[in-house]
Design a binder for this molecule. Structure first.
Ligand SMILES: *Cc1c(COP(=O)(O)O)cnc(C)c1O
Length: 239
């Protein structure tokens, strides 16, 4: 790691925490109630150690085959590991074995498989359901459960003894004109669900470019990559 890269993350993380406190207070929210998940795809283990030393305790990984060796290599640290990428059914066993959270459940089959694969000695796997709030009205590829299939997925996930349903997640298209509208819709959906599922407490929304808007709309977990680590190397297809 170059000196420049190392000094960058040393500045970015304290700046992010400071900015989060300011933005939370502006919305009348407690910054301590908002978890920063460092989206660490493509980042080497050493960079994650640096982030941990600077106070990051939650890491989000997208690609299971990339994540598992990192989770093993960092087993000496008290990290909460979040699976934030699409979950393929042939990866549910690895996800259920190695992660503490999954943000991206999008269909019943995945929920059932994660439940069946969760080892008995571990606490229930914390789960968010990824909701697609836009693709019906655009050409964007579907990404998450549609809002009219959500109630069934909530019921099935909640019924799994080795899963703990915590809330909802959204990933707006990068070119979306108004991510704030999508964040507000997700918050409304969760409010509605809470009348039947009062234990829901997690709204996973907001990334480097839009997390301030997400916090203003009630995000309890923001997934931040480049604002912590700097620009990512180009994506390779290793998922
Ligand atoms: C990469 C990623 C992020 C973070 O993206 P940045 O724009 O770098 O903050 C958040 N959520 C998901 C699902 C991601 O894949």
């Amino acid at each position: 790691m170059s000196v420049a890269a190392s000094s960058d993350i040393h500045q970015r993380i304290p700046l992010l925490h400071k900015r989060l406190a300011t933005v939370a207070h502006k919305s009348g929210r407690d910054p301590a109630a908002i978890t920063v998940i460092a989206a660490s795809k493509m980042q080497p283990v050493l960079m994650l150690r640096t982030a941990y030393a600077l106070g990051i305790r939650s890491f989000g990984e997208n690609y299971v085959s990339e994540a598992v060796p990192k989770i093993v290599a960092l087993g000496d640290l008290a990290i909460s590991w979040h699976c934030i990428g699409a979950v393929q059914s042939n990866k549910t066993h690895l996800v259920a074995t190695h992660f503490d959270w999954v943000h991206s459940i999008d269909r019943q089959k995945i929920a059932v498989r994660l439940n069946n694969a969760r080892p008995a000695h571990l606490p229930p796997l914390n789960c968010c359901l990824q909701v697609d709030l836009w693709s019906a009205s655009s050409l964007t590829k579907r990404c998450g459960v549609s809002s009219n299939e959500l109630a069934d997925l909530v019921a099935v996930t909640d019924a799994q003894p080795h899963l703990r349903l915590r809330g909802l997640m959204v990933l707006p298209p990068v070119d979306h004109l108004s991510p704030r509208t999508i964040f507000a819709q997700l918050a409304d959906l969760m409010n509605d669900l809470r009348s039947s599922y009062p234990q829901l407490d997690t709204l996973s929304m907001g990334m480097s470019a839009d997390w301030e808007l997400a916090v203003a709309e009630g995000a309890t977990a923001i997934r931040v990559g480049s604002a912590i680590f700097g620009a990512r190397p180009p994506i390779t297809d290793d998922g």
